[in-house]
Design a protein around this ligand. Structure first.
Ligand code: CA
Length: 232
């Protein structure tokens, strides 16, 4: 898990030191920036593998930093935000962040997020060309025929469930907001439609997950959205 270079963007010295100490202890390489402008510059000059980005920076807003970086780079971005900033988290994800950590976070949480992101990165690198099939654990999607298999058995999905599953699969490892999913599956982003999204997600999970109460494939982010996890 070493050799990954991480850009740490955090103006708060104690948190920055917690992060860099953890990274050092786990053989990650890193560069540090205390400002948003610095983060954009470091990204351009160091080409990091992952960015850990605090949203509350002294100069420009973290969401603005994401938009600027996303104009030329797909580097995975994990945002760090305070618990009171739920809408900021959603804005950050909609601007192109992959994941988030909520302050205060533990070292274990930080390392877990990095592992999820490294898996996503590996997947992004192996999927440079559009793949015709998707495989994850027992799940297999054949995009050409539109057939989905679970442990070799064909799944019977409705067109909406299929669209939903494909969207999550194509973004494995990334947290997708309700708004993003609604726009991509239904072409709308009405807040009131989040209820229907939940209903479709529940029926999809009943078919996909062995124990829908403790899902293995699709993770819920309460108040934010969903993520397809890469099964090891
Ligand atoms: Ca801050």
């Amino acid at each position: 898990m070493s050799k990954f270079q991480i850009l740490v963007v955090e103006d708060d010295a104690p948190i920055r030191s917690l992060i860099t100490t953890t990274l050092k202890a786990h053989d990650y390489r890193f560069v540090v920036s205390e400002t948003g402008e610095g983060a954009v510059m470091e990204t351009a000059s160091h080409n990091p593998d992952i960015i850990l980005l605090d949203l509350g920076l002294p100069d420009i807003d973290g969401v603005e930093v994401i938009s600027r970086i996303r104009s030329w780079s797909n580097v995975p971005i994990i945002v760090i935000s305070a618990r009171s900033e739920d809408s900021d988290k959603i804005d950050a994800l909609d601007a192109g962040a992959d994941d988030y950590l909520t302050k205060p976070f533990s070292v274990d949480e930080l390392l877990a997020r990095l592992r999820v992101t490294q898996r996503r990165l590996a997947l992004m690198q192996s999927n440079t060309t559009q793949q015709s099939t998707y495989e994850n654990g027992q799940l297999k999607i054949d995009y050409a025929s539109g057939c989905v298999y679970l442990g070799g058995e064909e799944m019977r999905l409705t067109p909406i469930e299929y669209k939903l599953l494909c969207l999550l699969a194509r973004n494995t490892g990334k947290v997708l907001t309700h708004k993003f999913i609604l726009q991509n599956v239904w072409g709308s982003s009405w807040e009131k439609d989040v209820g229907s999204l939940r209903v479709f997600m529940a029926t999809l999970r009943k078919k996909l997950e062995k124990a829908p109460g403790s899902p293995q494939y699709i993770q819920t982010h309460i108040g934010i959205g969903y993520r397809m996890l890469k099964i090891e």
